[in-house]
Design a protein around this ligand. Structure first.
Ligand code: F6P
Length: 341
């Protein structure tokens, strides 16, 4: 069969690895793979190229995506869905594998309702897709966040400062929670529950009075202080999927902490550093297994499905199940860190 593939939305260190696995597996099974360039944009424009094993063999340790990504939304363009269907037909693809988050796979699902044969691979550092324990990209971003907090720890310690670190994740707090736990943060603030700045400051004062001579605060870019009307936004203009660009909560928080506690405070926004760099070992294994599974689903004619991992098992669920709502940190984990101090 002739399998199309695209990578859409925010990239991650595991995107290329999933691509590599599905191309190698497809070749082994005598299938052809054509890659649409820059996500759904490549489908709309009919821009694609064939991928063979020599194109991807080296990608095991390479972050990003060699076929490019975009946040293009065909459903936001007049006649976009019809054009996608026509272009896919002209490219003679029998099935399309989409590697991305809820936006990319959401488009795939809507096209599936028009008869397009799609299989999704979950890929987002936010880890907010439903029905899967992990999405490709999360492990690697988590490693980067942890390493960053380790570095903030030593300089924070030397200067006896409060170090505030702003972490990506949009409306979900997985990366901040896991990163904060792995990096030993004293305070972790997630989008899942609005926080009270007075409580945060009182907690920091207590820690410092009890002997801590520096501290670390991990705050999600989507975290909301009760004092403000909503999330802190860097860019109000919405992208094709209706998202504003978040950013600035770390700076706001650092200023408030210093003003209210008198503790010297600095802030760092990790930003796209979290999306770059090589994939971790766990990521490579996950992305490889998911890439192989996606080809298997195409072969067995199981479409409008998304690959998932649950425990050690790689499986698949209907796209609707994976996309029905953002996967948030459950209430019992939101305050996990507070059990420590
Ligand atoms: O969706 C992944 C993500 O990295 C979010 O965590 C973040 O808010 C957003 O993408 C940033 O998007 P962009 O690269 O378009 O600025």
């Amino acid at each position: 069969m002739r399998i199309g593939v695209l990578t859409g939305g925010g990239d991650s260190p595991g995107t290329n690895v999933a691509l590599r696995a599905l191309v190698l597996r497809a070749a082994k099974r005598d299938h052809q793979v054509v890659a649409f360039l820059d996500g759904w944009k490549g489908v709309l424009n009919g821009e694609f190229r064939e991928l063979v094993p020599t194109d991807v063999r080296e990608l095991i340790a390479v972050g990003g995506t060699i076929i490019g990504s975009s946040r293009t939304n065909p459903f936001n363009t007049e006649g976009g869905p019809e054009l996608c269907i026509r272009q896919l037909r002209e490219a003679k693809v029998d099935a399309l594998i989409t590697i991305g988050g809820d936006d990319t796979n959401g488009v795939a699902h809507r096209l599936a309702e028009h008869g397009v044969k799609v299989v999704g691979i979950p890929q987002t550092i936010d880890n907010d897709l439903g029905a899967t324990d992990y999405s490709v990209g999360f492990h690697s971003a988590l490693h980067t966040v942890t390493e960053a907090l380790d570095r903030l720890r030593t300089t924070g310690h030397s200067h006896h400062r409060v170090m505030v670190c702003e972490i990506m994740g949009r409306d979900s707090g997985w990366l901040t929670l896991f990163g904060g736990l792995a990096g030993g943060a004293d305070i972790i603030l997630l989008p899942e529950e609005h926080f009270d700045i007075d409580t945060v400051c009182a907690e920091l004062k207590r820690l410092h009075q009890e002997g801590a001579d520096y501290s670390i605060v991990a705050v999600a870019e989507g975290a909301v202080p009760q004092e403000l009307a909503g999330q802190v936004v860097e860019e109000e203009e919405r992208d094709a999927f209706g998202h504003v660009r978040l950013g600035g909560i770390g700076k706001w928080l650092a200023q408030e902490i210093e003003k209210r506690t008198g503790l010297e405070t600095r802030d760092v926004t990790l930003g796209h550093l979290q999306r770059g760099g090589p994939p971790t070992a766990a990521e490579r294994v996950l992305a490889t297994r998911m890439g192989i599974k996606a080809v298997g689903l195409c072969e067995s004619g199981q479409f409008d499905m998304m690959v998932v991992v649950r425990g050690l098992e790689i499986g698949a669920v209907p796209m609707t199940e994976a996309l029905q709502q953002n996967r948030m940190v459950p209430p019992e984990l939101v305050h996990l860190n507070e059990l420590l101090g």
